[in-house]
Write a protein that binds this ligand. Structure first.
Ligand SMILES: CC(=O)N[C@H](C=O)[C@@H](O)[C@H](O)[C@H](O)COP(=O)(O)O
Length: 230
């Protein structure tokens, strides 16, 4: 890591016990608009969030300029296999755009550029940023920690074969990771209520990422509509 790199312990202290808001919108969604996503990030800051998580170099750069919070950046590319910051090129573009932390897929699946997660970690550290490993299982989390990830997040549990499909957050994985890695654990994925966020902290998470429940009006509307339709 270069001397200009943020220290994992310093950022961990800032995030401890607090909320990270994921401000993203899927392709085709009316909210997928940089200015709109930046306003979500500003709203997250106004509401007391500790950090924001945003997708794509353009949004990372705009959010970094607009909010006084650490920006956790990723770059989704594709919809199958490894799509969250799938290559070293994607990771470095996110750092260049102003992310303090790069979130990247750290599952045990081949990466499209043939690189390893270890290489991505080394490149991001060399560029002066930190890495959040998005994992789906305990084994992946242990491996990512061993490869130098600064944070391990449960982001991909339920979205990768081999992890339990469920509507609830995977608090079991949070508990298991917190008990077995020294790297700070972030709870992420399907956290729908403040009570679930508190439960995630009680399970051992350093911090909690919430996306859909705060920043996805299309998906939230659909839930109500589906319930009314029976
Ligand atoms: C699986 C995947 O691609 N997750 C993405 C990761 O950046 C986002 O689409 C999620 O919204 C984010 O993880 C927060 O989760 P939730 O929206 O459930 O609170």
């Amino acid at each position: 890591m270069t001397s200009s790199a943020p220290q994992p312990s310093g950022l961990a202290a800032l995030l401890k016990g607090r909320l990270i808001v994921s401000c993203q919108a899927p392709p085709g969604d009316p909210m997928r608009h940089t200015g709109t996503l930046v306003r979500m990030a500003r709203a997250a800051q106004a509401g007391g969030a500790a950090a924001v998580r945003v997708n794509g170099p353009e949004v990372v750069a705009a959010a970094a300029a607009a909010v006084d919070l650490p920006v956790i950046g990723l770059w989704k590319d594709g919809g199958t296999g490894v799509y969250i910051t799938p290559s070293v090129r994607h990771a470095l573009a996110v750092v260049e755009a102003g992310a303090v932390v790069v979130a990247a897929d750290a599952t045990a699946r081949p990466r499209p550029d043939g690189s390893t997660f270890t290489e991505l970690v080394a490149a991001v550290h060399e560029a002066g940023a930190l890495v959040m490993a998005d994992v789906s299982t305990l084994g992946e989390g242990r491996e990512a920690a061993a490869q130098g990830a600064d944070f391990v997040s449960t982001t991909l549990s339920g979205y990768v074969p081999g992890s339990p499909r469920q509507t609830a957050p995977d608090l079991r994985l949070v508990t298991e990771l917190a008990a077995s890695v020294r790297t700070p654990v972030i709870a992420e994925g399907r956290i729908a209520t403040p009570a679930q966020a508190a439960d995630a902290l009680a399970a051992g998470a350093l911090s909690v990422v919430v996306g859909t429940a705060i920043t996805a009006p299309t998906a939230l509307t659909r839930r109500f509509v589906d319930e009314l339709a029976g």
